[in-house]
Design a protein around this ligand. Structure first.
Ligand SMILES: Nc1ncnc2c1ncn2[C@@H]1O[C@H](COP(=O)(O)OP(=O)(O)OP(=O)(O)O)[C@@H](O)[C@H]1O
Ligand SMILES: [Mg+2]
Length: 413
């Protein structure tokens, strides 16, 4: 890519909205509005012709609506990232839009800085996807002598293990793991959520699926598994489409599962799913340590409280001793309240590790969702907490793409 500017296509049937968005972006030196379209149909056409990095998409439009247009664009060009701009009250569309492959949602009219940071996140993702695609095509061409399409190449790649860990209990590790898994799950990237808190795991409770199959049904026969058997045993969370591997129902059962069995289960799931998201206990059991060890990316959760930050520091030291590459760690601040003086910037500076995402404090939305057993990414994803999770999902995806491209580059060297 020549300058790595983020090339943006605006799709909206109202001229004034198109103009307002264009004005908001005109002074951003890294953003280039390459085109505007007045309908979903025109949007699809221009996306094909102009090949932008990011499409800003309205939902309600004549001819083809924004959701179908998103789907069409993402099917043809999976590297193009779509940011939906919707009026308030369009929340019912959110899930459909997400399934169609949209990356982010903003409410109209968008605030300038909110819009720009969403575009930058999406742009970064698009650039990483393009780089990955180019490399995959190279590898595919050299392997067989003839170019093969990305879609026939994709199933060969292993899924990614994303472990969510907090060295301080009660900071929201499970809340984040459950909602992140829902944000990552779509038709192209099927996701399974695994509970590694074997004694007191509560993933199943968070999605109101307690009392069903657990890892005890899989772990003892891990050397002899078939994908269709595993698919049968996993809990199917109907509302989200997510698959779940729950912890044993009683704490004393935990010791029946060895770290070796547990990691083998994760490695098996990696062959079936694009993402294996793992929730953990704050206690570093052997199971949690070996999960961290084989994970591709770790989401390290802190809050703005000193004990939590102190533990995050100890944990970062430990991870360094374990030889875990810093880039594998996505540092996230949960329960973020901007009125508190301990800012993400100060924590980043102090711990010498950037806080990449903040998830705001919202007791009403989060506690209600936990008590109802309905993750907020299902019915409240346009709220700030939901957007925090989307942004975390984007960071995780971009980080994985980056690590993969670095990995492939080092293999070729
Ligand atoms: N962003 C948030 N805003 C408000 N409340 C939150 C937020 N995130 C989590 N909580 C609340 O904090 C509590 C603890 O969350 P959760 O169970 O996810 O933490 P945990 O780190 O997994 O805890 P444990 O150590 O018990 O496994 C829950 O009551 C949850 O509703
Ligand atoms: Mg938990």
């Amino acid at each position: 890519m020549a300058t790595d500017k983020i090339r943006v296509l605006i799709v909206d049937d109202i001229a004034e909205t198109r103009e307002n968005v264009r004005k908001l972006l005109q002074f951003e030196s890294d953003v280039d509005v390459t085109g505007t379209a007045r309908s979903g149909k025109e949007g699809i056409q221009l996306a094909l012709e102009l090949d932008p990095d990011v499409v800003l998409m309205d939902i309600n439009m004549p001819d083809i609506d924004g959701i179908s247009a998103t789907e069409a664009i993402r099917q043809k060009s999976p590297h193009i990232q779509v940011v939906i701009l919707s009026v308030q009250g369009d929340q019912n569309y959110m899930r459909r839009a997400m399934l169609a492959g949209a990356r982010d949602f903003l409410t109209k009219p968008p605030m300038g800085d909110e819009l720009i940071s969403a575009i930058r996140r999406a742009g970064e993702m698009s650039h990483a996807e393009r780089a990955k695609g180019a490399q995959q095509r190279m590898v595919a061409t050299t392997a067989s002598g003839v170019p093969i399409s990305m879609s026939s190449f994709a199933p060969l790649s292993k899924g990614k293990i994303v472990v969510v860990y907090s060295p301080k209990g009660g900071t929201g590790c499970t809340t984040i793991a459950v909602n992140l898994a829902i944000a990552l799950n779509n038709e192209d990237t099927r996701t399974v959520l695994v509970d590694a808190n074997l004694q007191f795991g509560d993933v199943a409770v968070f999605v109101n699926e307690q009392g069903k199959n657990t890892i005890l049904e899989i772990a003892p026969r891990v050397d002899d598994l078939e994908p269709d058997v595993v698919e049968e045993i996993l809990i199917k969370h109907e509302a989200s489409g997510l698959r779940i591997l729950a912890a044993p129902q009683r704490p004393e059962m935990a010791e029946k599962i060895s770290p070796d069995q547990f990691t083998k289960v994760l490695e098996f799931l990696q062959r079936m799913y694009s993402y294996v998201v793992v929730d953990t206990s704050s206690i570093l059991t052997d199971v949690v340590l070996s999960t961290i060890d084989i994970s591709d990316v770790m989401v390290l959760v802190t809050t703005q409280e000193i004990p939590s930050i102190k533990n995050a520091r100890l944990c970062l030291d430990l991870l360094q001793t374990m030889g875990i590459n810093k880039e594998r760690i996505v540092f996230a601040m949960n329960r973020y309240d901007k009125r508190i003086a301990i800012t993400p910037e100060r924590v980043s500076e102090n711990l010498k590790h950037e806080v990449s995402t903040t998830i705001p404090l919202d007791e009403k939305v989060v506690i209600t969702s936990v008590n109802r057993g309905v993750p907020f990414m299902l019915d409240n994803k346009s709220q700030p907490v939901g957007r925090g999770i989307f942004s975390l999902a984007e960071t995780v995806r971009a980080r994985l793409a980056l690590l993969e491209s670095e990995n492939e580059a080092s293999v070729r060297r």
